[in-house]
Design a protein around this ligand. Structure first.
Ligand code: HEC
Ligand code: HEC
Ligand code: HEC
Ligand code: HEC
Ligand code: HEC
Length: 170
């Protein structure tokens, strides 16, 4: 227990980005989770008071939110929960110098040439949960919210954002 606390504060010191995104309940439907190389439980990590941007560290500054590299996981998991089977798999990837081949959940068909920028949305104050559902309560990453051209445009109309084809398609 003491160890876990020390691990958590170590990670916080190293990559804390400040608190700003508070996940809240959103419309949720039953969907399939992808088979991942390691079962990563979002809920258990959110319970440690980690913010979404502590791990998805480009979400407020870049186009892609980004998935954290294994080095970030190992800041804690060199010491924490090392006996758990899924953490052993994680340690094996780290020992081999490999990133876990995470399967992407949200992704547009390349043929559509859609350009989505996280930073403009996050900076406009739209919470992660509006577009991803309550990930803080999710056991596995699932596409809790469906994004289509229609859902993008609905919000853009409501909030007076661009409806130009060229804004979203490059
Ligand atoms: C306005 C809607 C919207 C908001 C707000 C939003 N996202 Fe996303 N997110 C998306 C869409 C759409 C995709 C898929 C983008 C693509 O495939 O190009 C995505 C993809 C992702 C991915 C996949 C990997 C990557 O690098 O993009 C992660 C992780 C993610 N979002 C996390 C977050 C987090 C954390 C927040 C809050 C800080 C957030 N998102 C806020 C819509 C949103
Ligand atoms: C701030 C420290 C911290 C970081 C960073 C962290 N974890 Fe964890 N992780 C924990 C703690 C603490 C637990 C035990 C939580 C519990 O059982 O309630 C845990 C549990 C787990 C488990 C085991 C779940 C189970 O019950 O079997 C897996 C798998 C895991 N983490 C993967 C990851 C991955 C992958 C990353 C990097 C993306 C990561 N963790 C980053 C602290 C961390
Ligand atoms: C400890 C690090 C960590 C924290 C904290 C974390 N995530 Fe993640 N997230 C991951 C990892 C690792 C993956 C890839 C594995 C997976 O999809 O299950 C992921 C995947 C995702 C995805 C799916 C991206 C895609 O398209 O494949 C979304 C969306 C997401 N996270 C949103 C969030 C939100 C919102 C929060 C805050 C409530 C959050 N995450 C907190 C590590 C984290
Ligand atoms: C919940 C509301 C909401 C949703 C959903 C949403 N947007 Fe936006 N979007 C906004 C707002 C608000 C802005 C204006 C931000 C600003 O001007 O600072 C914006 C701006 C943009 C911009 C211009 C910003 C830039 O930096 O170029 C693009 C491109 C964009 N959105 C694409 C998308 C796409 C693609 C989707 C669907 C996957 C989407 N948006 C979904 C609210 C939303
Ligand atoms: C606010 C963002 C946004 C705007 C503005 C927008 N689109 Fe889209 N569009 C999308 C997204 C996101 C998709 C991908 C939907 C999916 O994969 O389900 C898409 C898909 C498409 C597709 C289908 C591509 C394919 O084959 O997968 C076409 C064609 C298209 N858009 C044309 C247009 C035209 C023409 C305009 C201007 C009148 C326009 N779009 C304006 C976001 C936008």
């Amino acid at each position: 227990m003491g160890r876990q606390r020390r691990g958590v504060s170590l990670a916080r010191l190293l990559f804390r980005r400040g608190r700003r995104i508070l996940p809240a309940a959103a419309a949720v439907s039953i969907v399939f989770a992808a088979e991942q190389p390691i079962e990563f439980p979002h809920n258990k990590h959110a319970a440690l008071n980690l913010e979404c941007v502590d791990c998805h560290s480009r979400a407020d500054v870049g186009d892609a939110a980004t998935i954290p590299g294994i080095g970030k996981c190992m800041l804690c998991h060199e010491k924490i929960a090392t006996e758990r089977p899924e953490v052993r798999k994680l340690a094996a990837f780290a020992a081999a110098g490999r990133e876990p081949p995470w399967v992407r959940i949200y992704r547009f068909n390349r043929a559509g040439h859609v350009l989505f920028r996280h930073a403009s949305h996050v900076r406009a104050g739209i919470r992660c949960a509006v577009c991803h559902g309550d990930m803080a309560a999710a056991v596995t990453a699932q596409p809790l919210v469906k994004h289509t051209m229609g859902t993008c445009l609905n919000c853009h109309r409501e909030q007076g954002a661009s409806e130009d084809c060229a804004a979203c398609h490059n």
